[in-house]
Design a protein around this ligand. Structure first.
Ligand SMILES: CC(C)(COP(=O)(O)OP(=O)(O)OC[C@H]1O[C@@H](n2cnc3c(N)ncnc32)[C@H](O)[C@@H]1OP(=O)(O)O)[C@@H](O)C(=O)NCCC(=O)NCCS
Length: 325
């Protein structure tokens, strides 16, 4: 599996911490020191998950050298689909004109993109199709309680996409997904969950119905660090690699303190860890593909470079993967 192109879409509207300092009992200092976030992008009503996902897909397609008709499958990681059905993937298929693609969504909260990428790898390996479009998109602004300072300040909206292609060189060529790990713990469902949502019908949830995101921040923090560290170690071991072999690490962009503890536990030098959460906050399933599309340029990734990705989210779910660029 090799990455043909990456793409991203972030809404234009920037919401700085100063907005919350005016609206809630909080401050820029509290938000930045506890999370590392300075601002986030917030989608308009017209910028639904399918809209943002399609824009990210078109960005990737324009750089990929293939046409939309050559895409055989679309997998979208999202927990904020526009509708119960059709899936976001089907909506995106129609917008970009990928008429030969099958299309479906994967729901693994913030881990949705990595679950989807790993699934794409399996379909490419089995020869099911040649080109797969994998998207991570979320519009968390539509499912948070804007009066709840412990969650509202942490999240944002956005979409990232990658187009992956079966590797003609088989297992040993460039661009291979060398190893991965996936996990879940449904017993912890109540530390991070959203009872119900629909991002198109109203753009704003009715919090009196108890539909907004509920989170036990400190519990989530502990599980995130533990599971991401374990998963990343396992994936590196399976690949027979150490962190010295890795050009950069792309962690889930939940919180700078989580990223720092993770980097300390794994002993990753700071310069190898890519972060953009200062600008976007936690954009859930879009974190890794958006970061990947920025890291590509930041680290000038070349064939043979190894990239470690690790994610964590509600479910609980987690995953990691190391791939050769
Ligand atoms: C949410 C999080 C930033 C809170 O930081 P924390 O250091 O754990 O803070 P606590 O939860 O202990 O809260 C400390 C105090 O700050 C308050 N507080 C919470 N949010 C606040 C805010 N935005 N501004 C000011 N005070 C706030 C709390 O009410 C609490 O007050 P109290 O002591 O009077 O009860 C942190 O727990 C975290 O990042 N957790 C992981 C969340 C996450 O990444 N979720 C997504 C995973 S995919």
């Amino acid at each position: 599996m090799k990455i043909l192109a990456t793409g991203r879409y972030l809404p234009e509207k920037v919401l700085p911490n100063s907005y919350f300092a005016k609206a809630l009992e909080t401050s820029d200092e509290w938000i930045f020191s506890r999370s590392g976030i300075k601002e986030r992008r917030i989608a308009s009503e017209a910028e639904s998950s399918s809209y943002m996902g399609a824009q990210a897909a078109l960005d990737a397609l324009a750089k990929s050298g293939i046409s939309a008709e050559e895409i055989g499958m679309i997998i979208v990681g999202t927990s904020t689909s526009d509708y119960i059905f059709p899936s976001t993937a089907c909506q995106i298929q129609a917008v970009i004109g990928a008429k030969n693609a099958s299309a479906f969504d994967i729901q693994a909260a913030c881990t949705g993109f990595l679950y989807s990428l790993i699934m794409a790898h399996q379909f490419l390996k089995s020869g099911t199709c040649k080109n797969i479009l994998v998207i991570g998109v979320d519009k968390l602004s539509a499912i948070i309680d804007w009066q709840d300072r412990s969650t509202a300040v942490l999240f944002g909206d956005g979409a990232g996409a990658v187009i992956v292609q079966a590797n003609n060189n088989g297992e040993h060529g460039h661009g291979h997904l060398l190893a991965f790990d996936m996990g879940a713990d449904g017993n912890q469902e109540k530390i991070l969950y959203v009872p119900n949502c629909n991002t198109v019908r109203t753009n704003k949830i009715d919090i009196s119905n108890g539909t907004a995101m509920v989170m036990s921040g400190q519990e989530v923090f502990k599980h995130a660090v533990t599971e991401m560290a374990k998963s990343a170690k396992k994936t590196l071991e399976t690949a027979g690699l150490t962190l010295d072999d890795v050009k950069c690490v792309i962690p889930h962009q939940a919180n700078m303190r989580i990223v720092k503890v993770l980097a300390d536990r794994l002993k990753i030098p700071q310069e190898k860890v890519f972060t953009n959460l200062e600008r976007y906050g936690n954009i859930s399933a879009a974190c890794i593909p958006v970061a990947l599309s920025e890291a590509e340029k930041h680290y000038n990734l070349q064939p043979g470079d190894k990239v470690l990705m690790v994610a964590f989210g509600g479910g609980l779910t987690w995953a990691s993967a190391v791939m050769e660029w």
